[in-house]
Design a protein around this ligand. Sequence first.
Ligand code: NI
Length: 174
Amino acid sequence: MAILEVLTIPDPRLKQESQPVERFDSSLRDFIHDLEQTMRSSPGGVGIAAPQVARFERIIIVDVSRKPKIQSHGRLVLINPEILEWQGMEKGREGCMSVPDYTGNVIRAKTIKINAYDESGQMRSYDCEGYEARAIQHEVDHLDGVLFLDRLVSRRTDLFQRKVYSEKSVAKSD
Ligand code: NI
């Protein structure tokens, strides 16, 4: 088990496109374990994508169940995810472990339908809404080298500096 190093802007590797997973083996599951631990090491961490730790494969983890009053599927490991349907639009605030100093308002679909493989290579389907749907859309973007910063309508009105903490590590994990 390990907490992996998270790439942060302006690292150009965050713009890299990730490739589909082809082998569902124990090394994949070991990596997913470390990826999840890295996500959970961040107090507000509700999602992470493999390319954020420089593994350019289409793997994301989302778990918004620790947020109060939010409907969710709990812990989701989504491998080679495909968003099949988008409905509605909603503006909401997002943060990212790779963008430690800012949050931003981004417009996302309210509900999505998604297909993805789980860790054992089983294809699954999910209907997600609200905050969980937002988190998934944010993480799927990472697989295509897209950050929430790329989706701001206006940097002037939709980008917010985070509070300054005394320790860089604390700021990073908020
Ligand atoms: Ni992110």
